[in-house]
Ligand binder design. Structure first.
Ligand code: PGA
Length: 255
């Protein structure tokens, strides 16, 4: 059975005091479950402190980005080894904000994915089309290109220790969620494309949907056969909302 994963991407939000409270509430509200994983991805500077706070809890830690380089003269960058060192298990790779605002192209994203894997971090590889690409009928080719770039550098077998998140750019932070059918269509496409290389890897891969997921729409998205959880931005900053999304992933309960 595929693992359900709910990952909270806090982006550049919060303070130490706010985070402490948020983490505390999430820890006490998420008991843990064999079939599900709850991950939070705070800004770099808070990772170490939050890692200590998460000790003995069922909640896992992730980072929002990493360097493609292992170490050296790269001012301002953070390596995969450093993220491991402070207790991260996951890392977002290729988030659309990194691609659009910081010029991360498919090649760099592929190198970051490989850098994460080299140090035992689980990359959450983000893919997704813009509104113009969707309206132009290019959704599948764009997703295929983004996936293939990673698989040109890393073997398909590495996906056994990775997660893929489909995040349509037009749905991120806009309040405009993809319909369950739109999400399912792309998720099925991703799984089929990977299955063409390795059917077992594809069948076991957790595919997350991201883009304006809320407690009120999570259940119908997670009910889709190829949607194995979510990457949650804005709603992950509100503990009760985030916990309700986790609950929806766990048992399919309508919240
Ligand atoms: P959103 O962000 O849930 O606020 O749309 C999702 C993301 O960017 O990962």
């Amino acid at each position: 059975m595929r693992r359900k994963i709910i990952a909270g991407n806090w982006k550049m939000h919060g303070s130490r005091a706010e985070n402490t409270q948020l983490v505390e509430t999430i820890i006490s509200g998420f008991a843990g479950d064999d079939g599900a994983e709850c991950v939070i991805c705070p800004p770099f500077v808070y990772l170490h402190e939050i890692s200590r706070q998460l000790r003995d809890s069922a909640v896992k830690l992730g980072a929002q980005n990493l360097s493609a380089e292992a170490q050296g003269a790269f001012t301002g960058e953070v390596s995969a080894a450093m993220l491991r060192d402070v207790g991260c298990r996951y890392v977002l790779v290729g988030h659309s904000e990194r691609r659009a605002l910081y010029g991360e192209d498919d090649g760099l994203v592929a190198r970051k994915y490989a850098a994460a894997q080299a140090k035992g971090l689980v990359p959450i590889l983000c893919v997704g089309e813009t509104l113009a690409e969707r309206e132009g009928g290019h959704t599948h080719p764009v997703i295929a290109r983004q996936l293939d770039a990673v698989l040109a550098v890393s073997d398909v077998g590495t996906l056994a220790r990775a997660v893929v998140a489909y995040e349509p750019v037009w749905a991120i932070g806009t309040g405009r969620t993809a319909t369950p059918e739109q999400a399912q269509d792309v998720h099925a496409f991703v799984r089929e494309r990977i299955a063409a290389r390795d059917a077992k890897i594809a069948a076991d891969l957790s595919l997350l949907y991201g883009g304006s997921v809320k407690a009120s729409n999570a259940s119908e998205l997670f009910a889709m056969p190829d949607v194995d959880g979510g990457l949650i931005g804005g709603a992950s900053l509100k503990a009760e909302e985030f916990l309700a999304i986790c609950a929806a992933a766990l048992d399919g309960r309508v919240v």
